[in-house]
Structure formats: structure tokens, C-alpha cells
Design a protein around this ligand. Sequence first.
Ligand SMILES: CC(C)(COP(=O)(O)OP(=O)(O)OC[C@H]1O[C@@H](n2cnc3c(N)ncnc32)[C@H](O)[C@@H]1OP(=O)(O)O)[C@@H](O)C(=O)NCCC(=O)NCCS
Length: 133
Amino acid sequence: MIEIRQFGWSDYDAVVAVWAAAGREVVPRAELAAKLTRDPELFLVAETDADVAGVVMGTYDGRRGWILRLAVRPEHRRRGIAGQLVGELERRFRLLDCPRVNLLVMPDNEAGLRFWQALGYLPMPDVLCTKPM
Ligand SMILES: CC(C)(COP(=O)(O)OP(=O)(O)OC[C@H]1O[C@@H](n2cnc3c(N)ncnc32)[C@H](O)[C@@H]1OP(=O)(O)O)[C@@H](O)C(=O)NCCC(=O)NCCS
């Protein structure tokens, strides 16, 4: 039985473990606290047997939604957990009247690209540019 629900701080260590097991960068507590002042309802976990099996972080800037840090523990993959997390996040984006959702995938992440394409997210030719502040 999988429950998709909003993140709470008591989940933090389990979420860090999911990101680490999936080889994803961990969001530090201070960064997460700043994000949660804006749209806490867009940071979701998948709970199974009182454990966190997956996580996804959405953000909405008023114009575009973004999907970040999606990860599912390796032993729970191919059971539809990521699909359920993204489905619930999309439902919440629609409630905010968000017209388009973007995300970033590394070009060598074949599983990630196949997953997103299966859900209708298509690659764009744009190149990511970034600068620390
Ligand atoms: C990508 C990831 C989140 C998928 O999680 P998941 O819970 O296994 O995904 P789902 O079970 O919901 O998969 C839904 C569909 O996506 C596609 N898919 C998912 N993983 C796939 C893989 N490894 N290879 C090919 N297709 C895949 C399939 O079409 C799948 O449907 P199917 O199982 O009926 O064939 C997981 O593999 C993961 O955590 N990877 C490491 C982190 C990562 O790459 N995150 C996403 C990048 S932004």
C-alpha cells in the first residue's frame, strides 16, 4: 500500500536516505526550509509500510512549475511509485492553474529520460546556464 502525501520535517532523514540511495544530491535543511515557506504542498513523499520509498519536489514561480529531485529507492522501482508521485504533483499544479511544467534530466540518464517520456515530458534543445549568487 502506497500513500502519497506532503513532506513533514520528521521525514527529512528518510528523504535524505532515498536521495542518497538514488545517487541524487541532497537538499540541505536550510535550503529546504526556505523552499517550504513558499509552496510546501508541492514537496511530496511516497510512504510504504511506514517507510519513505520515494520523493519529489515541485516548485511554482507563478508562471511555470518545476519538478526536482525525483527519486525512488532501488528496491521499490518499477511499481509505479514515481508515476504516482508525479501524478499527484501534476494534480496540485493544476489546482494552482499552472500552465506548463519543466524539469531537467542529465543526458546520460536513460532510465530517467524513458520515465519522463512515458509521462509525456519531451526534451527541448535549450542549454542550461547557471551562475552562483
Ligand atoms: C526514474 C525513477 C524515478 C523511476 O521510478 P519508478 O518508481 O521505478 O518509476 P515507475 O515505476 O513509475 O515507472 C513508470 C514508467 O516509466 C518508464 N520507466 C521507469 N524506469 C525505467 C527504466 N529503468 N527503464 C526504462 N523505462 C523506465 C516505464 O515506462 C515505466 O512503466 P512500466 O514499469 O510499466 O514499464 C527511478 O528509476 C529513480 O529514482 N532513478 C534515479 C533518480 C533519477 O534518475 N530521477 C529522475 C531524473 S530527474
